[in-house]
Design a protein. Sequence first.
Length: 270
Amino acid sequence: MQKTVEKILFRVAGVTKYKKAVKEACNMIAEDNGIPEYSKYYGDLSAKEIREEVEEYGLKVFKYRDLDIFNIELIPETDNKYDPNAIKVLIFDNHIGYVPATVSKSIRKYFDDERYHFLIECEIKGGPYKEWDDYEEKVVINNDLDVGFEIYLTIVDSSQKEVIQSESSEIIDDNIFNKEVTKTESIETKTTEAEHIEQNIVSDSFADIVNEINLSETSPKKKLPANKIIFSALYLFLVFFGVVGIPIAPFLAVPLTAWSLYKLYKLFRK
């Protein structure tokens, strides 16, 4: 955004000396606003509308009201023999007056530097107007006010935008560089983490193998479980009982003895 250097509001000086140029300028302003000359301006209101407005609200309806002015210039008058800082005001190339001396002295330096630009807004002040006459009870026209011009001037430094753009470019470049550095650091960090994990896995696997070997070498032999002793005694008893019972009931004792011997054999094979 362009930097605003100064904002100044002033009335154009010397307007009464350029009445013909002022009238021509006003006609061209009205024409530029699409208002035909035969309407005599006054906001292009009809007589009835003007009467309603001034009668009801007690307002003055000026001839040159609500006219937008676009074609206005401020031109330094370098050959002015009275004031070297003189700046003339032109509307549609009509010289209608000057920037007041106190103002022109403070802003004259800006015209010699291409960095500075001028935003000019202008409004017509005064001039003929219509109002309601209570005594005659009708709308009357007064021409006792001279036309004046009020200018709102904004001076901007166009180079400020370039500085901002340059700073923005530097910031963008820095951001891109920082992002690239961050990405590189992230990749390096991930690579380091992966290597560390891989090393840990290898170390852990090797340690586990060593521990298993050590465990197998150092672990004592397992003792005979208590349930195996109990079942051994049971099978031995059945074998003894079967052998004793063969003469009495061989068809029962023989299978029982054979089964008990088989179970006893299987028990000690585990």
